[in-house]
Ligand binder design. Sequence first.
Ligand SMILES: [Zn+2]
Ligand SMILES: [Zn+2]
Ligand SMILES: [Zn+2]
Ligand SMILES: [Zn+2]
Length: 168
Amino acid sequence: MAERNVSPVEKNVYYICIPCARVSREPRTEFLYVSSLEFPFTCEICEQQFQHGLLAKRINPNNAPTHRCSACDETFQRPSELFSHSMGHSGDWEYRCEYCYLGFYSDSYREIHLIQRSLIRDLTCVRCLRPFLGKSCPNVYSDLVRLNKIFCGDCCIGSKNIIEYVTQ
Ligand SMILES: [Zn+2]
Ligand SMILES: [Zn+2]
Ligand SMILES: [Zn+2]
Ligand SMILES: [Zn+2]
């Protein structure tokens, strides 16, 4: 469990948790949202168990990936759309963070979450080791720390809404 430097997955079909999938740079991967309340899945990347997550599948470079929700059979063009959609199936929440799609039972909990998000954090990029400032939802931030995926704006490819970069 000490080894946090993620190596690329070698399997063609594997389970992955949503936090890992969000920061994954694996190209040509198709995601299927899966959930089970009986037995947990194990994420291939971080080895954590989850009950709501994704089945990832490598696809042929000539095929366009379709990301599908197994709970309602909707399909999405982009993985981020599936991730935000599938979060809705993992709880009956009325209120949702517009950044990370976390759900809340009441608007005041969402407010607290957004206040925590508005905190400007002193971060250090794990790739280039430069310090930078950024905002992030507290749950997303702890996922990024756990997965060792704190990247500065220059080192981060895609996945823009994970950290909101702050320039002074
Ligand atoms: Zn994971
Ligand atoms: Zn669905
Ligand atoms: Zn959030
Ligand atoms: Zn960097």
